[in-house]
Design a binder for this molecule. Structure first.
Ligand code: PHE
Length: 360
C-alpha cells in the first residue's frame, strides 16, 4: 500500500519537477514535497506510527524517495539557473566597440609642407635650424651684410620701415633671412652649419610676389669649406627636393654685397602639360642666390677672415612650393581660402621623411 503511494508520489513529483518552468515554480514544488508540511515530510511522519517491522521495510523506501526527489530538485535547479543566465547574457548585450574616429580635418599649407621637406633634407646633411626676429635693426639686415647706409643694393630691397624710435633708429621688417647669418656668426663659434627658414617682407605685389613671403637661408662656416662644397650641397638639396636623380644646374655669376664670389643658380626644366619637369627640357629657371661669405661680413661678426671661410645661400620657399606643386598664383597662398587649402593642402599626418618619401 505504502509502496504504491510512494511510486505514485514519485511519478507525480518527477513530472512536476521536469515541468517546472522556472526557479520560483521549482521552489514551490520543493516546499510542497519536502517542506515542513510537504507530502514527503508527511509521509515520513507516518513512520512513527508503524510497527518496527513495517518501519524496516517502509523506512528505506521513504528515505530513498526523499533522497531521489531532493537530488532531482537540485539538478533541475542547476539547469534552470544555467538557462536563466544564458537568457540574460543573450538579452543584455553590450556594444563595447568605439565608433571610428573621423580623420583629421585640417590640411597642411604647402608652405609648411615645403618648409618641413627642406628641414628634413638639410637635417640629413647635418644642418641645424636657426631663427631670428622678423623685425630687424638696420645693422643686421643691411650694414653687417656689407650694405652700408648709402649702398645702392639697399634700394633693391623695397624695404618696409617701422616708425622711427626715440633714439632715431628705424627698425625694418627683414627683407631677407640673411640677418640670421649675422646673428648666428656673432653668437656661435665655427664650425657653423645652419639653415634659417622664415618670413621676409618687401613692398611688392603681383602673381609671383607678395609683400610677405618666405625664404630659407643656408650658412656653412669653417676653415676649409669652398665653392665646390657649395655646389655639391645645393645639388644634393635640389635633387632630394624635386625627387629626381639627375638635376642639371647652372651657376651664373651674380652680385650680392655679402658674398664674393656670388652666383645665381638655375635648374634645367621644362613646362609640359601644365606641370614642371625638372632635369629635362631647354628652359632654365632661377631658384636661388648664393656665394662665398664676404670677408667683410666675417669681420663684422668678429670672425677672422684669414682663418675662417664658408658659403651662404638664400632661396624663396613659396617659389619652390609653386614649382613643385604646380600653383601659379602666389597671392592665393595667403588668401586663407579653405577651398584652395583643401585642394593644395597636405594630409596632417603625412610628415615628410627622406626614407618614406617627401611628398607622398
Ligand atoms: N639674401 C639674398 C636675397 O634675398 C639671397 C642670398 C642669400 C644670396 C645668401 C647669397 C647668399 O636675395
Amino acid at each position: 500500500m505504502t509502496k504504491k503511494t510512494i511510486e505514485t508520489l514519485e511519478t507525480e513529483l518527477t513530472s512536476a519537477i521536469t515541468g517546472a518552468a522556472d526557479i520560483d515554480a521549482l521552489e514551490q514544488l520543493r516546499i510542497r514535497a519536502l517542506g515542513k508540511k510537504g507530502a514527503i515530510t508527511d509521509l515520513m511522519k507516518t513512520l512513527g506510527r508503524m510497527s518496527p517491522e513495517e518501519r524496516q521495510t517502509e523506512g528505506p523506501l521513504m528515505n530513498g524517495l526523499k533522497t531521489r526527489i531532493g537530488e532531482m530538485i537540485a539538478a533541475r535547479k542547476t539547469d534552470l539557473e544555467a538557462a536563466a543566465l544564458a537568457a540574460r547574457i543573450s538579452e543584455e548585450t553590450l556594444d563595447v566597440s568605439l565608433p571610428v574616429r573621423p580623420g583629421p580635418e585640417g590640411r597642411i599649407h604647402p608652405v609648411s609642407q615645403v618648409l618641413d621637406e627642406i628641414c628634413e633634407i638639410f637635417a640629413d646633411m647635418g644642418f641645424a635650424v636657426a631663427e631670428g626676429p622678423d623685425i630687424e635693426d638696420d645693422f643686421h639686415n643691411f650694414t653687417a651684410l656689407n650694405m652700408p647706409p648709402e649702398h645702392p643694393a639697399r634700394q633693391m630691397h623695397d624695404t618696409f620701415y617701422l616708425p622711427a624710435e626715440e633714439g632715431g633708429e628705424r627698425m625694418v621688417l627683414r627683407t631677407h633671412t640673411s640677418p640670421v647669418q649675422i646673428r648666428t656668426m656673432s653668437s656661435q663659434k665655427p664650425p657653423i652649419r645652419i639653415i634659417a627658414p622664415g618670413r621676409t617682407y618687401r613692398s611688392d605685389s603681383d602673381a609671383t610676389h607678395t609683400p610677405m613671403f618666405h625664404q630659407v637661408e643656408g650658412l656653412v662656416i669653417d676653415e676649409s669649406t669652398h665653392m665646390g662644397h657649395l655646389k655639391g650641397c645645393l645639388e644634393a638639396f635640389v635633387s632630394a627636393f624635386f625627387e629626381v636623380d639627375d638635376v642639371e644646374m647652372r651657376f651664373r655669376p651674380s652680385y650680392f654685397p655679402f658674398t664674393e664670389p656670388s652666383a645665381e643658380v638655375d635648374i634645367r626644366c621644362v613646362f609640359k602639360d601644365g606641370e614642371l619637369r625638372v632635369g629635362e627640357g631647354d628652359d632654365w629657371l632661377e631658384i636661388l642666390g648664393c656665394g662665398m661669405v664676404n670677408p667683410k661680413v666675417l669681420e663684422y661678426c668678429d670672425l677672422d677672415p684669414e682663418r675662417y671661410q664658408g658659403f651662404a645661400f638664400g632661396c624663396g620657399i613659396d617659389r619652390l612650393a609653386m614649382l613643385k606643386y604646380g600653383m601659379n598664383d602666389l597671392r592665393a597662398f595667403f588668401d586663407s581660402d579653405l577651398r584652395w587649402l583643401r585642394h593644395y593642402g597636405f594630409a596632417a599626418l603625412d610628415i615628410p621623411t627622406l626614407g618614406g618619401g617627401l611628398s607622398r
